[in-house]
Structures are given as structure tokens and as C-alpha cells.
Design a protein around this ligand. Structure first.
Ligand code: SF4
Ligand code: SF4
Ligand code: FES
Length: 235
């Protein structure tokens, strides 16, 4: 199999390797073979290899994907692969991107739980069937892989945009009945760089490997932010 791999940082070039084709081979297996057998200087990132840590995302034949759960069979075109770093993020080296701004945006969207209970309080009981819990559950399995962020055209056009992952995180917290920070959170996501900048292109939802719909979460935030504005909560 001929595999082209990005080498360098923002400016760089594709380098082609010849990699043996194996049964049930994943894209991460291919990259690992190159690094272990052909060129130990290749930089890439992974941790769990089972779709949990979110660290292995790359651009494969033009599309952002989690590489540990993507089989070569599914994506190789005419036996060829092109593997590049994620888009919309600065490249550190080869296949490694700098995720700082991605996670800084989670902080800007107030994507951190703020509770009021103390360790002396009893456990909060939230019914699994309550509407709020169901809405939170729909987005809670995000692994922070950046696939949606890398696939979003609005992030490309407007680098300040908080992006689908941070906004999805904010929406799960808006629906967490134990959280006490919603007024500030909705104000944080209602600005120019927040939920209203989303053009509902759906690329994030189409590409999310965890079948989350950031588009639906962002639509929920738009409604909640509008509701808060009409109630004068942002004054
Ligand atoms: S929403 Fe999906 S694509 Fe986006 S970071 Fe979370 S798991 Fe990855
Ligand atoms: S739906 Fe919104 S957040 Fe998702 S890719 Fe489109 S513009 Fe980006
Ligand atoms: S290596 Fe952890 S999600 Fe792929």
C-alpha cells in the first residue's frame, strides 16, 4: 500500500511510504508501522487505541477521523492513503496538532461543572428519564477528539468561533440540573463567536465518531440564549 504522510509543521510536504497490507488493519496501525519500522522520527499521537481517549484523530484522505477505529478497508482509495494532521489547528510536527486553542475554547464556553453541594450533602438524584438528563446524555460521551472542530467551515472562516465541541459541552452543562453557572454560561456562548455563528452545516454531526450531534446541541443553546435574553438575564 502507498501511504502519503504529512511531514513538517505548517509548511512541509507529503512523504510516501510503502506499507504491508494486513487484515483488519486500522489507520493507526499503518502510522505505527511507519514509525516503528520505517522512520522513527515520525511524530503522531495516540493513547488508548480503543476509541476512548480522543487523541488519535487525523485527516485521512481529506476527512477528519479517529484513526484507531478507522479500518483501512473503509477509507483506502485505490489502495492509497493520504494521512495529514487535523485541520483548523496549528501543526506542531508531522501528524501532531496543538490542541491548546481547542480546549481554551471549552474554558471560554464555561465548559466546567460548577456545583453548589458540599461533601456533607447527600448524592443528587437525577432521574435517567427526565428531559434534562436525556438532553445531557445525548452529548455527554464526547471524547474531545477534535474531529468536529476540524470539520467545521465556520471555524476555518472565523477562528474565534468556539466551535462544535465546546458548545456541545456547554449544552450538556446547561441541562445538568446540579450546575449553578448557567446564566454566565449562556452569556458566554451567546456572543459573536458563540452559538449564533453556527451555520448549521452539519459537518460536525456527520463526522463525529461518537454519533453526537453538536448541531442539535447548538440549536438548543440558541433557544436557551434567546430565552435568557428575553428574560433580561444578560443585563
Ligand atoms: S463532539 Fe464528537 S467529534 Fe466533536 S470532539 Fe466530541 S467526540 Fe469528537
Ligand atoms: S453545524 Fe455549526 S458547528 Fe457544526 S460544522 Fe456546521 S457550522 Fe460548524
Ligand atoms: S487512540 Fe484513543 S481514541 Fe484513538
Amino acid at each position: 500500500m502507498r501511504v502519503s504522510v504529512w511531514r513538517g509543521a505548517e509548511s512541509g510536504h507529503f512523504q510516501t511510504f510503502s506499507v504491508p497490507r494486513l487484515e483488519s488493519q486500522t489507520i493507526l496501525d499503518v502510522v505505527t508501522h511507519i514509525q516503528r519500522a520505517l522512520d522513527p522520527t515520525l511524530a503522531y499521537r495516540y493513547a488508548c487505541r480503543v476509541g476512548m481517549c480522543g487523541s488519535c484523530a487525523m485527516t485521512v484522505n481529506g476527512q477528519a477521523r479517529w484513526t484507531c477505529r478507522t479500518h483501512v478497508d473503509k477509507v483506502a482509495q485505490d489502495g492509497r492513503l493520504e494521512i495529514a494532521p487535523l485541520s483548523n489547528l496549528p501543526v506542531v510536527r508531522d501528524l501532531v496538532t496543538d490542541m491548546t486553542e481547542f480546549f481554551d475554547k471549552w474554558a471560554r464556553a464555561r465548559g466546567r461543572f460548577v456545583g453548589a453541594a458540599t461533601r456533607k450533602d447527600d448524592f443528587a438524584r437525577v432521574s435517567p428519564s427526565s428531559p434534562e438528563r436525556r438532553l445531557a446524555d445525548a452529548g455527554i460521551e464526547c471524547i474531545g477528539c477534535g474531529v468536529c472542530y476540524s470539520s467545521c467551515d465556520v471555524v476555518s472562516w472565523k477562528p474565534d468561533y468556539l466551535g462544535p465541541a465546546a458548545l456541545n459541552r456547554a449544552w450538556t452543562l446547561v441541562n445538568d440540573v446540579r450546575d449553578t453557572d448557567n446564566r454566565a454560561r449562556l452569556a458566554a456562548v451567546a456572543g459573536d463567536a458563540g452559538c449564533h455563528a453556527c451555520h448549521t452545516h452539519m459537518s460536525c454531526t456527520e463526522r463525529c465518531p461518537k454519533q453526537i450531534s453538536p448541531t442539535a446541541s447548538i440549536a438548543g443553546l440558541k433557544r436557551a440564549a434567546m430565552d435568557a435574553a428575553l428574560k433580561g438575564e444578560f443585563e
